[in-house]
Write a protein that binds this ligand. Sequence first.
Ligand SMILES: [Fe+2]
Length: 229
Amino acid sequence: MEIKGFETVNSLPCLYHSDLDILVLSDIHLGLEGSVTSKGGYVPKFQLKDIIGDIREAKQETDASRILVNGDLKNEFNKNYYTEKKEVEKFIKEIKKIFKDVLIVRGNHDNFLEDILERNGIKLRDRYSEGGVLFIHGHKSIDNLKEFETVVIGHEHPALALQDEIGVSERFDCILYGGTDEDADIVVLPAFSKISNGTRINETPKERASITNPQKPYKHIITKASSSV
Ligand SMILES: [Fe+2]
């Protein structure tokens, strides 16, 4: 399926732009299991392996030579956990083997990331633009939207909450797309993380969609189900 110049990739929570030859995904939140465990919960570690598996599938499907992570590569913003640091380093080393070029945009969770990336020859960017498309995490207001045809953000972790007739609720990650007040199109990527919480867009008041135009409400497509913690 085509969305604003991007294509969906199987049922994965990412998009591919063939003209730019770039695979884009957001909100991986590496180290989330460790953060939950340190706060008294318990989630077994599985994200890193599964996420790399999904990225390999996306590479196989698209043959993209570049990947862009649109913010929140890692999870913990208060501390630099040793295990999280190791996971980030392993992730970077693995994706550098898969793609010719790795682009990382800063998210609000990406404190302490710059040094790890620099050691691996990657720059941490506040935003990246090419061919009229702006990639930015979306946790701050966006300047100069008029300069772009399309803006791609993450941050919101959009999901649909669906309930069956006996009241069992399931959350489905989804990609949102629509227009903005400044006429640029907008695409909101779901979280690539397997376990992060999502914004249940069908239960969220429209006023919360601050950068979208209420006259041009979001449309959505479902990617795949995920659980929440
Ligand atoms: Fe996030």
